[in-house]
Write a new protein. Structure first.
Length: 563
């Protein structure tokens, strides 16, 4: 299949198509122009006037001044697929949409069309040919829809296996097949013409910030995936044409759908994708870039320090392994792309929804670059965990999911005792390196680990005072990592020592942290840092307040806190 050129559709005699595939974004969908004997089809007109103008030019260049009827069809009623539908409707153009989408477009429903996420008015269009109506699905009687004098659309619905399908014929030439494909939205459909299948947003329906859109239904989506998988397994479809991204061979689409099916089985509940969730995701991305640059700089700087010292100690192979634990050039490039995206958004050049969706793949790529186990061989676990959790927390925010499994009933006093042991622990205090004197590789690994961990003498003294408190659901590992990072930040800020004490406020556990010789200032940097720690402690189950002489953490309640 070639983009932006007319070509025959195999299996559909007399049908020619011109795929109008755009660079993937959320501002407008791909469009597919089709010429049939005696008429034309346009699948998904998109959302941009410039796209409409170009599509008109392509049709005109093909048909010249010859007037031919046009049927505009949409795979679903989301704004990026159909905002320009009304621009096409005139005396020789008709519009077809699934029944639910037809009602949304008639009413100008901002929620169902996702117009509220874009901050614009909802598209409106009158549907001449409602597809897959309740009457069609139940009665399965052929239906005729008059378009104009001497021209009508003929619809027939039938069961094929476990699925219902509808055919739409008008004028001469092959019929268009319509398959229910609900899940991404209630009105989602696929269109099939010959060996081509137009699948709308089926492939992206489970993506972060897409899953959870109004009307999103994971059970219906699973069924739709299964129906399309069965269709592709039959072998009659050769190409799949998505709403965003390049057309894919059926075999590649089949592989993607099978993997999505398997991943969906392990997915949890997804929060509705609305304006509030979008705002939180955008705010999270803007906060993440500063924290991610700081965290990755700390990891990279420590790795380079360890590698340089290993070279000086004549351990070149272990130094090479240390440097290869993180691809620093690729990581820096991703962080710079993320920073540039944030600047573009701050300048007002990118809509919120486009910014959030562009941030997600950058964070996913950063996650792919981060190899926690390889890094922990050289660096303190808390340092590596910080970078990993920053990225995971943002992806959870974007996906609308939370990992509730990490919350377990916890004795906070006992947890503080474990954190104290971790704070005091150091590879410098064990004899493991002495046991490796006859093992050159093991000796080099232990040496690298010692270099990567600051010696105990450089660590700020902390007194832990643990008192018993009621059991409460806490993300214990997360809490320990954040507390250690906070104590390290206090030390960097000039605190000479610190005290961490646990207790209870009625039925709720409390932890108080005081740093001797240091008080927070009101600079923007300090304010942002304290806000970041407040958010991270909240994800572990605690509400943060700044008291005159301490930082106070009170457990959020009997259940894991909401985002």
């Amino acid at each position: 299949m070639e983009n932006r050129t007319w070509q025959p559709i195999p299996g559909a005699p007399g049908a020619f198509a011109h795929p109008f595939v755009r660079p993937p974004d959320v501002l407008s969908a791909n469009s597919y122009l089709i010429e049939l004997p005696g008429g034309r089809l346009l699948i998904d007109p998109g959302a941009l006037p410039a796209q409409t103008a170009e599509l008109r030019r392509i049709f005109h260049a093909r048909a010249g001044s010859r007037a031919t009827p046009l049927l505009v069809c949409v795979t679903h009623c989301h704004l990026d697929h159909c905002r320009e539908a009304a621009a096409w409707l005139d005396g020789s153009t008709w519009f077809a949409a699934q029944e639910h989408g037809a009602r949304a477009l008639a009413a100008g429903d901002r929620r169902s069309t996702a117009a509220d996420l874009y901050g614009v008015a909802a598209p409106r269009a009158h549907t001449h040919v409602p597809l897959l109506t309740a009457a069609d699905m139940h009665a399965r009687q052929p239906r005729r829809v008059r378009l104009a004098d001497g021209l009508e659309a003929r619809l027939a619905t039938e069961a094929r296996g476990d699925a219902l399908r509808q055919t739409l014929a008008w004028g001469a030439g092959p019929a268009l097949e319509i398959l229910p494909c609900a899940g991404h939205s209630p009105d989602s459909v696929c269109f099939r013409l010959g060996e081509w299948l137009f699948i709308g947003d089926l492939l992206s329906a489970g993506r972060p910030l897409v899953a959870g859109l109004p009307g999103w239904d994971p059970r219906q989506l699973a069924r739709s995936r299964a129906d399309v998988i069965r269709l592709l397994e039959e072998g009659a479809v050769r190409w799949c044409c998505p709403g965003h991204g390049n057309p894919l061979p059926a075999e590649k689409t089949l592989d993607l759908l099978r993997r999505q099916r398997d991943q969906a089985d392990a997915a949890g509940d997804v929060e509705e994708m609305n304006a509030q969730r979008l705002f939180r995701t955008v705010a999270g991305a803007l906060e993440l870039i500063d924290e991610a640059e700081e965290a990755f700089a700390a990891v990279a700087g420590r790795l380079l320090y360890v590698a340089d010292r290993l070279d000086l100690l004549d351990e070149p192979e272990m130094a090479r392994r240390c440097r290869s634990a993180l691809d620093m050039d690729a990581t820096d490039a991703l962080l710079q792309a993320f920073r540039d995206l944030c600047r573009t958004y701050a300048a007002g050049d990118v809509p919120q929804v486009a910014f959030a969706l562009a941030a997600v793949p950058l964070v996913e790529k950063l996650r792919a670059r981060l190899a926690p186990e390889a890094l922990r061989a050289f660096l303190p676990a808390a340092l590596v965990n910080r970078a990993q959790r920053l990225l995971l927390d943002f992806m959870g925010l974007a996906q609308g999911t939370r990992n509730l499994e990490e919350f377990v009933p916890t004795d906070v006093g006992a947890l503080l005792a474990e954190i104290e042991a971790a704070w005091q622990a150091s590879p410098h205090l064990d004899d493991a390196i002495m046991d490796r004197t006859d093992d050159p590789e093991g000796f080099a690994a232990e040496l690298a680990r010692r270099i990567g961990h600051p010696p105990p003498a450089r660590r700020m003294p902390v007194r832990f005072a643990a008192a018993s408190a009621p059991l409460a659901p806490v993300a214990a590992a997360r809490f320990g990592d954040v507390l250690i990072q906070f104590l390290e930040w206090l030390a960097l800020g000039g605190a000479r020592s610190a005290t961490v004490a646990s207790g209870a406020d009625g039925s709720r556990p409390v932890v108080e942290i005081a740093g001797a010789g240091w008080t927070p200032d009101d600079s923007p940097r300090t304010t942002a840092k304290l806000r970041s720690f407040a958010r991270r402690f909240a994800l572990a189950g605690f509400e943060w307040t700044v008291e005159p002489r301490c930082f106070r953490l009170v457990h959020g309640g009997p259940a894991a806190p909401a985002r």
